[in-house]
Design a protein around this ligand. Structure first.
Ligand SMILES: [Zn+2]
Length: 99
């Protein structure tokens, strides 16, 4: 998998604050955040598995459209939290994290 323009690698000093905030929301360590169709990696050397996970979120966004994906994700997060929301469940299945 090549590094597409949709993957942005943030230097540690830039990534520090967003990583802290994202980890608080997720209640677990967060190494990457996908916002709509762009993935921001918050660590310098993400695993292939993590890149697949985030790629899945970009596919979800393409599949549903930006607005539906955004509101869908927020709604799922409110109802089911981070780990159990259907977008995260699908991304873990896609990347093989749950296997
Ligand atoms: Zn995810």
């Amino acid at each position: 998998m090549g590094r597409s323009a949709r993957e942005v690698f943030l230097p540690r000093w830039v990534a520090y604050a967003p990583r802290l905030v994202a980890s608080l929301f997720a209640r677990e360590r967060v190494d990457a955040v996908t916002i709509l169709r762009t993935t921001f990696f918050l660590i310098p050397d993400p695993s292939d598995r993590l890149r697949c996970h985030e790629f899945c979120h970009r596919v979800q966004c393409h599949r549903e459209g930006r607005l539906r994906f955004l509101w869908g994700y927020i709604g799922e997060y409110i109802r089911n939290g981070y780990r159990n929301n259907r977008y995260e469940v699908e991304a873990r299945l896609f990347s093989g994290e749950d296997s």
